[in-house]
Design a protein around this ligand. Sequence first.
Ligand code: ACM
Length: 767
Amino acid sequence: MIRSLLLATAAAAMFAGTALAAAPIVPAPVSDTPREGAFQLDARTVISVPANDAQALASARYLADLLERSRGLKLAIRAPKADERAIVLSRQGPAGEAYKLDVGVQRITIASAGDAGLFYGAVSAWQLATAELGKGPAVLWARQIDDAPRFGWRGVMLDSARHFQSVDYVKGLIDRMALAKLNTLHWHLTDDQGWRLEIRKYPKLTEVGAWRVPAGPAAAADIDPKTGKPRVIGGYYTQDQVREIVAYAADRHVTIVPEIETPGHAHAPIVAYPQLGSAATPPTATSSDWGVFPYLYNVDEQTFAFLDDVLTEVVALFPGTYVHVGGDEAVKDQWKTNPAVQARMKELHIASERQLQGWFISRVEQMLHAKGRRLIGWDEILEGGVAETATVTSWRGIDGAIIAAKLGHDTILSPEPMMYLNYRQSAAPDEPPGRGGVVTLKDVYDYEPMPAALNPDEQRHVLGMQGNIWTEHARTEERVSKMLFPRVAAVAETAWSPAANKDWKGFADRLPAELGRYRALGLTFDETPLKVRALSTPQGDGARVTLLGAEQVGEIRYTLDGSAPGAGSTLYSQPFTAPLGTQVRAQAFRGGQPLAAASDIAVDARSIRTRASQELKACTGALVLNLEDDAPIQGERARFLVDILSPCWLYEGADLTGVSEVEVAVGQIPFNFQIGKDIEKIKFHPPATPEGELEIRQGSCQGAVVATLPLAPATRSQGVTVLKGKIAGAAGAAGPQDLCFTFTQKAVEPMWVVDRVTLVAGAADGR
Ligand code: ACM
């Protein structure tokens, strides 16, 4: 019977590998021993739990729900009859988060004495049942899995301050974390741009601090008929909602660490309660600027009383051990010039503002200790001296973690850029907005959190790691999910699986199944890095086609005859030539399974000479961001890759053969960046006309100007405008050469940006 069953399912099992393949579980388990035979999971399979075990029942229900949502199988939870195949949840197993998962022909046993372990065992069993996408029965190859986490702190940081996410979104993220065996949600609830937590004693924190007008003239002109003023964005979590989220997280073995930022990143609360601030002139409106604001809390006793009150309400809502109090990026200018702050420093015999921050954080730590909690802060908290009991989140690289552990502090690794999931995942033009640098799935995977500089004693202070999603440029929940996934799967594997088991190839082999699960459950992730795109250049009368996509993860297969690509189509190995008019259809695969939808790529006279800003090079690369246009208010907005400290783009090796015209789509964006004195570094050539010009130079940015396109027509639109003009002398300058694009301006506001460049070839070139 088993033999025929196996034959019947052999085709389905082909892609998922064989009985000997590694378990399709992410994060990879500690040990996985394949055995003879297989378990046939179908709607007659029952799930059984020990009597009177509410936690086991909860995990059984979680498993049943996952199987129903992914495979459409509705399994009963009850004691099995003698001949029934069953998934048995048992307490005869390891403690805590560890579990054993034993897949036999007749029984799957998930065993853990710990509630979390049982839950994780159930998740692993579900992953075995979803090795392939599809509804209905599944084959689970027999095996014995022993599993336990490498780190106790396996986290994601969600920034709900820069952009607000709904209660349902936060719950959904917690669910996805639980499926990745992540157990800590560091929830960034306050920042300069927004205060997101209801504090009953201080209602203005959310009445005022939770709302702001988005940056730019389009938002300023978007009048809300209810108020007659520009429409605001934002929101906050009521205490009832927070309790609901905390309970939801607890059910999934996720602890929430709330973050209340001090003493900086405090613009929003200071707007709500100006008496808390240090500036000579208090801010009067919430802001949609990004960057490092100068506003700090002052050091008056009434401010500490405020913080104590806030923390009292915070600890009543969040039952976990830790409260994060920020501590990062507190520029001390306002403290330096505030007479009351200076007087306080004298009185306390504190010599520097840095030490004052240490004293400030110590005050907050005492408050938390009095409430039975522990303080955690960004690595700047080390600078002013802080008690050994404080835990340090290392973000400015890993030095913070090394210093912390050597001083006896516990520490969490979340260094920029590898654990900063607000960086782009690929250089493709349609990546969601974010930081301009590229941090690929493999970059995240390859990150090893344990600093080599720590001895075994010091290593014990490394509690774990987390990936952070900062949301300045993640305006929608969909984009938050895209920035997070699938990279969170790589964070999870590093945080859970033993370092010795880590293996990029093995992870990539398991990725199609993981993506299949996302798809089966309808969960958003970023498919863009896995989709094939082309970067083509003119070659003779035709084109040289370079295919890109899924680098490091899979292989590209393509067709040129219009047929759909498959795992057996031509393997892409190097750029090829093709006549203009060719339609390339291409798709990335791993182990025969598609990684993303197929791409249709037109190779024509325009596409071979068109570059989006993301395909151009930033001339200096000082502070490159992938920014979204501020307009239109409704509908699709353009995205520009721009170096805001040096807005200058290079089209490298542009082939000017036969080119006489250029079309440049340009946009204008608000310069809403608090960058302090760095603003003086931004230089422009002076404009010749009142509205300014786009200048194109040949050879380099010091080369001769070959085109000057006045910006006047573009000033009439808040969106993107296509400017057209002749390229002087280009006709004579055949062959590849760099083109440099800059704008003439008097000031940074608005910042003009290149969206797309097309070099227009004459009729002789095949148009
Ligand atoms: C941070 O990125 N400022 C912690």
